[in-house]
Write a protein that binds this ligand. Structure first.
Ligand code: ACM
Ligand code: ZN
Length: 501
C-alpha cells in the first residue's frame, strides 16, 4: 500500500492520520444528489481504469460527497477514514477535482480485487482559474475518440480549459452552414509527401456537441479558436474573393507563415465572421471565443486598392494598423453575441484610433512581455510563453531522434513556469496554458508522447500553491504517476527531465 498519497498536481495540504481505508472492489460514490452527474462520470472512469466488472464492490464502502454552502467553487476537502471517504465541495467542479485526486490514488493501488489507502485529511484548491491546454487540429487532424480520451486524461490533472484550434492555413475543421465550402474545400489538402493524396477532415456539429458535452462532464470548458485574419489559406482556397489578389489559392500543405491573408478592404470578412460566430455561439457554451490574430503579414494589404481605400476610411496611416480596426470590429461582434474575445499577443499592437477593447483577454505566447504589458493596460491575461515550457511541440531534449520542433522545452521548464513571476498586476493573470501545435505531430500517439508528462508539470505549476510546489518532490512523484498514465494507455516521454540543463 502507498505509505504516502502521491498525486499530480500536489494538493495544498495532506495530513496523515491513524488507520487504513480498505475496500473490496470499487467504492460506491454517493451523497448529495447535486453531485449525481459527477459521481456517475467518475464511477464509469474507475470501472474503465481498473477494468472491473462491478462498480459497487463487495463491502459497500463509500465515497460520500457533501455540498458545503460556500467556499471556492474548485476547492475540495477529503477525509479518508477507515469506514468511509468523505468529500466536501461547494460545486460540481470541486467535487470532480477531489474525485480525480482519489482516482489517481485508486489507479495506483487497485490490485484486482480492491485497494487500501492510508487515512488522511486533504485540503486542496487551485492557484489559478485558467489551466489550459490547446490542441492544433488544423495542421493535423485528430479524431473525436482521440480528443475525448485526451480530455479525460487532462481532467485527471485538474486542467479546466480545452482550447480547440479549429482553423489554420492547412485545414478548416468547423462546419458553417452559410459557407459550406469552408469544409468542402478548406478541410482537405494535397499531401505531396504522401504521393499526392488528399488528407484532412472536419468535425460535424454532432462531433462538436459530443466533445463539448464530454468535456463539460469532466468540468472542462471548451474554447474554440478561429484564427483571423491571418493563417487563412484554407478560407481563401474555399472563398478566393475574400483575399486581396483573388488567388488562385490552395489549402497549404507547407508549414510556415503565408503572405495571403483575408482582405481588410472587403466587408465579406465580417459577413464570414458573423456566420462563424453564430455557429460557434450555437455549439460552444463557453463565454470565450479565441479570434487568433497572430502572425498576420501585411504585404498584400500594402498592394491592394481595396485595403488602401479602407485606410482612407478609417483614418489609419499604414496597412499594418488595419489589424487593430479588424480586432475591434470582431470583438464588438462577439460582445453582441454575449462572448468575450481572446487574442494572441499581437492584438496588443493596436492604434490610438482603434485601441484594443479592455474586455479582450490577451494570450501571451512570444514570451511574457506582451502579457505583462497587457496586464498593465488593464487586460486579463493568459500566459503561454513559448520560451518557458508551454510549447509542447518542441522537443523534450536536444536529441535529434526526438519528435517535434528543433527547439527545446523540458519537463523542468514546464514545471518552472510561473504566470505571475514578472508582473506587478497579479490579479489580471488568469493562469497559463500548454499548446500542442501539430505541424510535425501527425498521429495521436506522437501527440500523447509530446503532451505527457509535460502537461503534468504544467498542471502542477498552475494548480499547486507556491509554498508546496517543489520540483524534486515532483520528480519523486512522477514515476508513480507515469505508471497510472500507462494504465490509461497513454504513450509518454520518460527521459531526462532537464533540471541540469
Ligand atoms: C502562435 O504560436 N503562432 C500563437
Ligand atoms: Zn485587400
Amino acid at each position: 500500500m502507498l505509505k504516502e498519497l502521491r498525486s499530480i498536481p500536489r494538493p495544498a495540504s495532506i495530513r496523515y492520520r491513524e488507520g487504513t481505508f480498505q475496500c473490496t472492489g470499487l467504492p460506491e460514490i454517493g451523497g448529495d444528489p447535486c453531485f449525481r452527474r459527477v459521481a456517475g462520470v467518475v464511477k464509469e472512469q474507475l470501472v474503465q481504469d481498473v477494468r472491473a466488472g462491478d462498480p459497487t464492490g463487495g463491502e459497500g464502502k463509500r465515497i460520500v460527497c457533501t455540498k458545503v454552502p460556500d467556499g471556492e467553487p474548485e476547492a475540495y476537502r477529503i477525509r479518508i477514514a477507515p469506514e468511509a471517504i468523505s468529500l466536501n465541495a461547494a460545486s460540481e467542479k470541486g467535487a470532480y477535482h477531489g474525485l480525480q485526486t482519489l482516482r489517481q490514488w485508486i489507479l495506483s493501488e487497485y490490485t484486482g480485487d480492491g485497494f487500501s489507502l492510508p487515512c488522511a485529511d486533504i485540503e486542496d484548491h487551485p492557484r489559478f482559474p485558467w489551466r489550459g491546454f490547446m490542441l492544433d487540429t488544423s495542421r493535423h487532424f485528430y479524431t473525436v475518440p482521440f480528443i475525448k480520451r485526451l480530455i479525460d486524461a487532462l481532467s485527471l490533472h485538474h486542467i479546466n480549459v480545452f482550447h480547440w484550434h479549429l482553423t489554420d492555413d492547412q485545414g478548416w475543421r468547423l462546419p458553417v452552414a452559410a459557407y459550406p465550402l469552408l469544409t468542402e474545400i478548406g478541410s482537405r489538402r494535397l499531401e505531396h509527401r504522401r504521393r499526392g493524396r488528399y488528407s484532412g477532415g472536419f468535425y460535424t456539429e454532432d462531433d462538436i456537441r459530443e466533445v463539448v458535452a464530454w468535456a463539460a462532464d469532466r468540468q472542462i470548458d471548451v474554447v474554440p479558436e478561429v484564427d483571423l485574419p491571418g493563417h487563412a489559406s484554407a478560407i481563401l482556397a474555399a472563398y478566393p474573393g475574400l483575399g486581396c489578389s483573388g488567388g488562385p489559392y490552395q489549402v497549404e500543405d507547407r508549414f510556415g507563415i503565408f503572405e495571403d491573408v483575408l482582405c481588410a478592404g472587403n466587408d465579406g470578412l465580417f459577413h464570414l465572421a458573423a456566420s462563424v460566430f453564430d455557429t460557434l455561439s450555437g455549439l460552444f457554451p463557453s463565454s470565450y471565443v479565441h479570434i487568433g490574430g497572430d502572425e498576420v503579414r501585411f504585404q498584400r494589404w500594402e498592394a491592394c486598392p481595396k485595403c488602401q481605400k479602407r485606410l482612407e476610411e478609417t483614418g489609419l496611416k499604414s496597412p499594418k494598423e488595419l489589424q487593430s480596426w479588424i480586432t475591434v470590429k470582431l470583438t464588438r461582434m462577439l460582445e453582441e453575441r454575449g462572448k468575450t474575445a481572446i487574442g494572441w499577443d499581437e492584438v496588443m499592437e493596436d492604434t490610438e484610433q482603434y485601441p484594443l477593447p479592455p474586455s479582450v483577454v490577451v494570450m501571451s505566447w512570444r514570451g511574457t512581455k506582451g502579457g505583462i504589458q497587457a496586464s498593465e493596460r488593464g487586460h486579463r491575461v493568459i500566459m503561454t510563453p513559448e520560451t518557458e515550457g508551454c510549447y509542447l511541440d518542441f522537443r523534450h531534449t536536444e536529441d535529434p531522434e526526438e519528435p517535434g520542433q528543433a527547439r527545446l522545452s523540458t519537463v523542468y521548464a514546464a514545471y518552472s513556469m510561473d504566470p505571475v513571476r514578472e508582473t506587478s498586476c497579479e490579479a489580471a493573470i488568469m493562469g497559463g496554458q500548454g499548446n500542442l501545435w501539430s505541424e510535425l505531430i501527425y498521429a495521436g500517439k506522437i501527440a500523447e508522447y509530446m503532451v505527457f508528462p509535460r502537461i503534468c508539470a504544467l498542471a502542477e505549476a498552475l494548480w499547486t500553491p507556491p509554498e508546496v510546489k517543489d520540483f524534486d518532490d515532483f520528480s519523486r512523484r512522477l514515476p508513480v504517476h507515469q505508471e497510472r498514465l500507462d494504465k490509461l494507455g497513454l504513450l509518454q516521454y520518460r527521459g531526462a527531465l532537464g533540471k541540469d540543463q
